[in-house]
Design a protein around this ligand. Sequence first.
Ligand code: FAD
Ligand code: NAP
Length: 343
Amino acid sequence: MNIEQGISLRPYNTFHIEAIADHFVKVTNETELIDSIQTAHANNLEIYVIGGGSNILLTKDIHGLVILNEIKGIDILYEDDDVVHVKFQGGENWHECVMWCVEHNLGGIENLSLIPGTMGAAPIQNIGAYGVELKDVLVEVEAIEIKTGKKHIFSHDACHFGYRNSIFKLGQNGRYIILSVILRLSKNPVYNTSYGTIKEELELMGVHELSLLAVSEAVIRIRKSKLPDPTILGNAGSFFKNPTIAEDKFEQLRKWHPTIPGYKNEDGIKVPAAWLIEHSHPENATSWKGYRDRNYGVHEKQALCLVNYSDASGSDIFSLSERIITSVQQAFNILLEREVNIW
Ligand code: FAD
Ligand code: NAP
């Protein structure tokens, strides 16, 4: 274990924002992780964990110990005729785990192909896309409590998963480091192709017989056509969550905006934040979509993605997000919530 001083975090966040970590360590096994936690405690340093850095916005230098989770490993724990329980270590790359499942013909997470980041971060916001969420396959999470260094097992129910939410984001934000995740995967997959344009993409691909590989490939193709590649253009995916509003409020809005999309869920109607952003506008321009201010802005194809064109600061992007929140609130009286973690 090698704790370094004054390390640039630019290579470790997909927004490519410059910020300096006073102390920084890469951990590749549990012993190194526990040693790092103890060192931080002994030196009174606050701990920050990074996986792929694809869901954080750095707005300042970090005066503490940044731990980069590189703990790898994939183990099959249980298997019968229908299901397999697989334990993935938290530092495994999420998309590589999806590909591992596809190669082993294990269904459940193929719709979550190409989401950046690590397995350990996936439960934090209950990652989701194309009609599937992590909670649909999660069995349990193993985590270390930072304060005590003790291990805890969180059953599926104990994680309190919600829409882009879990206990690790709610009351217990920053209290635990997720070590590993156990997923229940299916040997007899039920393909979920009803969402968005997956079916059309499969047709375009000339697929006549569904397979995990085909569904995964369709999702990858759709994502590549719509989303900025963070290796080329700094971003952290959707900056805001899709808000859920009361049904009567939705009906009122629909009188004024007949095209407003809405999806019923257990709490009301979920409205795509991208639509709200596209239908409000900046003070000095006609649309947020494609809006650019010096070296940062809003992606031209996806109004939910804020982008760093070169060397924007985290505070530039944060204040852009504030302007967008204000403009959506003024236009629709809906308060957008940030999905990205602000550091
Ligand atoms: P980081 O950004 O490194 O960390 C995020 C938060 O989790 C931080 O608060 C961090 O401290 C904490 N954390 C990280 N690892 C651990 C750990 N082991 N234990 C405890 N806390 C930890 N998200 C979706 O849900 N669906 C999508 O479809 C999606 N698409 C995206 C597309 C793009 C192009 C990008 C850039 C992002 C996208 N995201 C999406 C967001 C992001 O990829 C996910 O939230 C992902 O799970 C973040 O993983 P990470 O390892 O990069 O987390
Ligand atoms: P999209 O297909 O254009 O749809 C816009 C929004 O409407 C989505 O956010 C989605 O909510 C909602 N939606 C669409 N069809 C729906 C349906 N049949 N049932 C319920 N809700 C529906 O979205 P997109 O921007 O291209 O993204 C595609 C998927 O990838 C989405 O699931 C999105 O969440 C995910 N994604 C997430 C991130 C991130 O950083 N979090 C980044 C990129 C893409 P949901 O978000 O609830 O699905």
